[in-house]
Each structure stands twice: as C-alpha cells, then as structure tokens.
Design a protein around this ligand. Structure first.
Ligand code: LP5
Ligand code: MN
Length: 236
C-alpha cells in the first residue's frame, strides 16, 4: 500500500491536457488500497459547489470512479479552491481536511499544509486570506448569483497576477521563522506542502520540508512506500 500526495494541479476547462494527466495518474499509479492526499489548488478556481459545467462534471466522474472502488481521497483547500464545500466532497466521496493536518506515517508525524499560511511576509495576501476564510464572508459571497461570483473571481485573478509581478520573489516564498515555529510547536518529523511552485526538499534543522511542484509540463507527486517519502517529477 502506498500513500500519494499532490497539489497545485490548477485544473481548468481550457487546459484539458492537465485533466488527462490527472486521469492517467490516478488510474495508472494508484490502486484502491492506496490513499491520495490532494493538498490544495486542485482547481484553478472554485466559486461554489453549485457551479457546474462539463469540465467540472468530468473531474467529478474521475474522482467518483476511484472512490466508488474504495480509494480513500483526502482533500485540503488551497488559495484558489478554498470554497470547495461539503456538497462537492460528499458527491465525489472525498474527505475534507483541515489545514494544517497531521498524519502518522510509520511512526513519523507528518504535517500536511497547502503552504500559503507559511508565506507570512506577504502581508497583503495574509490580510486577504483572513478576510475570505471568514465563514460570514463566505456565506455572503456564496449567496450572490453565479454571474456575479464569476466576475469577482475574474477581477481578483487580474489583481493577483498584477500584484505578483511587483512583489519580491522572496515575499512570495515561505517565511523561514514561520516554518521553524510550526515544526517546533507541533513537534513534527516531516512537513509536506505546495503553493509556492518551488519543488524541493529542504532540511529545516534536521526536519525535511518537502515542497510539491505545480503541474504543467511536468507532474509532481510524493509517494510514500515502505516507510520512505520520495518527491517525484514526471513529464506530462
Ligand atoms: O493565486 P496566485 O498564484 O496568483 O497568487 C496567490 C495569491 N493570490 C490569491 C488570489 C487568487 O489568485 C484568486 C483566486 C480566485 C478564485 C477563487 C474565487 C472565489 C472567491 C473570490 C473571493 C473574492 O490567492 C497572491 C499571493 C501569491 O499567491 C503568492 O503567495 O501573493 O496574493 C494576492 O495577490 C493577494 C493580493 O496581494 C491582495 C488582494 C487584495 C484584493 C482585495 C479585494 C477584496 C476582494 C473582495 C471581493 C468581494
Ligand atoms: Mn496555492
């Protein structure tokens, strides 16, 4: 039995090769006794579980086909799909996880995160995150009609890509003190996250911090088998 971790697939309607890559990945590498952890930004954006089109249906079908055969899939929110709710999770049979979430792997405490909460130097983003992760704010946003939500998401994407161009690269990476604080506070043995799109294995005072990459020309995943965790990159 193996455990797989992926993040930052950024699946969207106009990138069908990514949907295909995910379908191939889940069907060819993962069997029903394995477990899959999706650590956020699975979708390029998510504006509510009531939004459905042929693309979303096709992803649901891929997930449903695997969970119906017994595959356990765990899902964590990212900064693009933090509005994924219980309706979606129940429909496709995945379990929503808190961020952070700790699992025990062969006696090791492994912490899973999307990774955005570690980017504490990015004050503008953290303020934005606090706003949109608020339950009341989310209820209000989700009560708006779909057209309006689509428009807000589009504007926000434009603001975000404009701002990212002027932000220092270092600001958009994790804050070192925050990483060490998390490792210390939770006494973890391994930290796995995505978000930064800077795949690497860092040594944080003896604790591995494994950073998943985003999917594009390559797919990235971490596989745990026989007690080892490996960060793997494959051509799509
Ligand atoms: O996503 P990416 O890689 O471009 O950048 C992220 C941070 N940006 C975001 C915003 C997302 O891209 C937008 C996703 C939209 C889909 C969901 C829509 C449903 C909800 C709509 C909610 C309004 O996460 C970016 C980080 C970067 O990662 C690196 O970590 O820097 O952060 C920003 O760009 C945030 C800006 O700095 C601040 C934005 C202020 C916006 C103020 C408008 C308030 C919106 C209220 C609307 C009603
Ligand atoms: Mn992200």
């Amino acid at each position: 039995m193996s455990i797989f971790f992926i993040s930052d697939l950024h699946l969207e309607q106009n990138k069908p090769h990514l949907t295909k890559a995910f379908e191939n990945f889940i069907n060819s590498k993962i069997n029903s006794r394995d477990e899959l952890f999706i650590l956020g930004d699975f979708f390029e954006q998510w504006i509510g579980d009531d939004n459905e089109d042929s693309f979303i249906k096709s992803i649901k079908n891929i997930l449903k086909a695997k969970t119906a055969r017994g595959l356990k899939i765990h899902f964590m929110h990212g900064n693009r799909d933090f509005l994924i709710g219980d309706k979606f999770c129940e429909e496709v049979g995945v379990k929503l996880l808190d961020d952070p979430f700790i699992i025990n792997l062969n006696g090791k405490k492994v912490m899973l995160m999307h990774g955005d909460s570690l980017c504490t130097d990015d004050k503008a983003y953290q303020d934005f995150r606090n706003l949109v992760r608020n339950k009341d704010w989310q209820e209000d946003f989700l009560s708006k009609d779909l057209m309006e939500r689509k428009e807000v998401a589009k504007n926000l994407r434009e603001i975000s890509s404009l701002e990212n161009k002027s932000k220092d690269e270092a600001i958009m990476d994790v804050n070192q003190n925050e990483v060490l604080k998390v490792i210390r506070n939770y006494s973890i043995d391994v930290l796995i996250h995505g978000h930064t799109h800077r795949p690497c294995i860092h040594d944080e005072n003896g604790v591995p911090r494994m950073v998943l990459g985003d999917w594009g020309d390559f797919l990235w995943f971490i596989k745990s088998s026989k007690g080892n965790l490996n960060l793997i990159k494959e051509k799509i």
